[in-house]
Design a protein around this ligand. Structure first.
Ligand code: SF4
Ligand code: SF4
Length: 87
């Protein structure tokens, strides 16, 4: 029996589908690089494709991050904390 597979994009192609967010985001993800193990789960699940892993280190593009907190939720070692923009 043959199965027909459908493929779904994990993220919308292209960075920042929600536009620049710096003006309306009220929390931001802050990465503790001492805890990060470079697993890339945050990179894989970020819906805005604003996380980059460079030389095993996570960087967030805050121009486009919308502060949804998905990256913090999926991080297996809790290396990402969501902090208020006013902190
Ligand atoms: S909070 Fe995390 S998952 Fe959400 S847009 Fe920002 S970097 Fe991506
Ligand atoms: S999910 Fe957590 S441990 Fe994995 S790369 Fe991102 S910050 Fe690092």
């Amino acid at each position: 029996m043959q199965h027909e597979y459908q493929y779904f994009p994990i993220t919308v192609p292209g960075k920042g589908a929600g536009g620049q967010t710096g003006t309306w985001r009220f929390v931001r993800p802050v990465v503790n690089l001492n805890k990060c193990i470079g697993c890339r789960a945050c990179w894989m699940f970020c819906p805005e494709a604003t996380i980059h892993v460079i030389d095993g280190k996570v960087e967030v593009d805050y121009d486009y991050c919308k502060g949804c907190g998905i990256c913090a939720n999926v991080c297996p070692v809790k290396a990402i904390l969501m902090e208020g923009e006013d902190q």
